[in-house]
Design a binder for this molecule. Structure first.
Ligand code: NAX
Ligand code: ADP
Ligand code: K
Length: 502
């Protein structure tokens, strides 16, 4: 489990140590961790550190100090380094150490911006030490022009690799918002604790990989604000059949999805649920859709019945439901059933406040915007995308349901409770029908759930697990080319096999 804390909480945890005079020691620990990561990356890419070209973007504060000290260590191993100072001030001791190890300095001004960008582009690694947890708003003045730098992962290039010191400069350490221009990284080396701003929204997109450097403040932190499940956490949530099982005891999933207009959604959700290991799918919907489901998945049991007359352990309602009135009624019945229920796509329009955490809403940003406005908030889609952490919490609190907000980092909030962020996905998953498979995966996890846990956050954990399995299946599929959503269940089966037996 990865735990993340707002930048403000990390600063508060550091305070007693700073007051006790441990500031320089903390900075050396941070800088050493940054140096180690940069050295490993350089060794991997070019075989050795000697002769590497390093650029440090250094702001006025301690973030610049960390980056300058890290670069000093690279200088000591034979790298060449230039510090681009984005402010008239720089951390004095760190800059002195950098100079005395042979580092060159370029003051960023209007007339040196293009030289600075050229230096970055010709370098092997750029250390972003412009702003850290002390940053307010986006990059300003000439530093804003550095935001055009694209990390190697976004250019499919070898160099320069961009390493963010603590967090990408210009990103809000608490929310992940980008109030203005910001830098983007291949790797973020973060100090003391992962910041929540690296787990959500623009911050998650800008961070790249995340590495945590322990600087000895863990004992001063309270409960995390956001968590991320790792595979061992997900494995602990999964249920395997045991010798005495029969199809009903393994868990039956009811799926009320698809319509004459959008029949495929039901096929995709069913396929994904079966690949995740539900014992049985009972499908409710119109005959033409049942026919397609039977053709693709003969094991599914289909009827044109109602939710109360159908015996299952969990529901999925909404994918591809369109304006089908029967499917809408089934979604409302599923929400009222008291059973775990995934409410997706068109069914989200039927949501009313007063739900319980066993109801899991799975909007994308557009559906989230509609939901929030129907609940009295005034927010547009760009507003949701800019600060998804705030809005996913708000939606959970307003509805009483668990809310999963899809995106590059998928966020899950339990009402009044924990928040999870999963970022295993690939942008190849931004494809029609991809969300339908996510609801099938989540439905299957809910139907087979035998952990016996019903405490706060349990449904959020299962939803986070589903998002991770979906994301990992997408990554696996993308290894052999563009993702064909109808083939995604094959990836889901492999990911499940690894989780269960890996
Ligand atoms: N406090 C500590 O104990 C430790 C802090 N560390 C590092 O220190 C960082 C925090 O350092 P600071 O508090 O000095 O803050 P920062 O280095 O994040 O930046 C603060 C400076 O930038 C200016 N500034 C703020 N927003 C700006 C903007 N939008 N455009 C231009 N200038 C802006 C401020 O006026 C101030 O001079 C952490 O992120 C981390 O990298 C590490 O050395 C570990 C220990
Ligand atoms: N840029 C992205 N990077 C990674 N995953 C993404 C991205 N955009 C969307 N996804 C994922 O793809 C899925 C898309 O779901 P959704 O928009 O509901 O699709 P549909 O309604 O067509 O089935 C979600 O799981 C979402 O998290
Ligand atoms: K930074």
């Amino acid at each position: 489990m990865i735990s993340a804390y707002p930048g403000s909480a990390v600063r508060a945890a550091e305070r007693p140590l700073l007051e006790a005079g441990a500031g320089p020691e903390l900075m050396q620990k941070a800088a050493y961790g940054l140096y180690r990561s940069a050295a490993a990356l350089l060794a991997q890419r070019r075989g050795r550190i000697y002769g590497a070209a390093v650029v440090v973007l250094a702001g006025a504060g301690n973030n610049g100090g960390d980056a300058l000290y890290a670069a000093s260590r690279l200088l000591a191993r034979g790298a060449g380094a230039t510090a681009v100072l984005t402010s008239e001030q720089a951390h004095p001791e760190a800059l002195a150490a950098f100079r005395s190890n042979g580092g060159r300095v370029l003051q960023l001004r209007d007339e040196t911006v293009s030289a600075a960008l050229a230096l970055c582009r010709e370098s092997d690694v750029v250390l972003d030490g412009v702003l850290g947890t002390g940053g307010k708003g986006g990059l300003r003045s000439q530093a804003a022009q550095l935001a055009v730098l694209a990390p190697a992962r976004l250019r499919r290039g070898e160099s320069p690799a961009v390493i963010a010191c603590d967090l990408p400069s210009g990103i809000d350490a608490d929310t992940g918002q980008a109030a203005g221009p910001h830098l983007r990284a291949d790797l973020t080396v973060t100090f003391g604790a992962v910041k929540t701003g690296l787990m959500a929204g623009p911050g998650a997109e800008a961070a790249g990989e995340i590495e945590l450097v322990d600087i000895g403040i863990a004992g001063y932190l309270d409960a995390p604000a956001v968590q991320r499940l790792e595979n061992r956490d997900i494995a602990a949530l999964l249920t395997e059949p045991v010798p005495g099982d029969h199809k009903y005891s393994r868990g039956v999933l009811g799926i009320a999805a698809g319509s004459e207009t959008y029949p495929g959604a039901a096929v995709l959700a069913t396929g994904a649920a079966l690949a995740t290991g539900t014992g049985m799918v009972r499908y409710l919907g119109p005959e033409p859709v049942s026919g397609l489901i039977h053709a693709a998945h003969p094991e599914a049991v289909c009827a044109d019945s109602t939710v109360p007359l159908t015996h299952v352990q969990a529901w999925v309602a909404g994918p591809g439901a369109g304006v089908d009135e029967d499917q809408r009624r089934r979604a409302v019945e599923a929400m009222a059933s008291g059973l775990p229920a995934v409410i997706d796509a068109d069914a989200i329009q039927a949501v009313e406040p007063g739900l319980g955490p066993q109801v899991i809403l799975t909007p994308h940003a557009g559906e989230m915007t509609g939901l929030l406005n129907s609940l009295g908030e005034r927010i547009d889609r760009p507003g949701v995308e800019a600060d998804p952490l705030t809005w996913v919490r708000r939606a959970a609190d307003l509805t009483g349901a668990t809310v999963l907000l899809k995106g590059w980092a998928t966020l899950v909030a339990a009402p009044g409770g924990p928040v999870y962020s999963q970022a295993e996905a690939t942008p190849w998953l931004a494809a029609a029908g991809s969300g339908d498979t996510l609801s099938g995966i989540l439905g299957a996890l809910l139907s087979t759930d035998r952990t016996g846990t019903r405490g706060p956050g349990h449904y959020a954990r299962l939803a986070a697990a589903a998002a991770s399995i979906h994301g990992q299946a997408g990554r696996l599929a993308a290894e052999s080319g563009p993702v064909e959503v109808s083939k995604l269940p094959e990836g889901v089966r492999s990911v499940m096999a690894d989780l269960l037996h890996g």
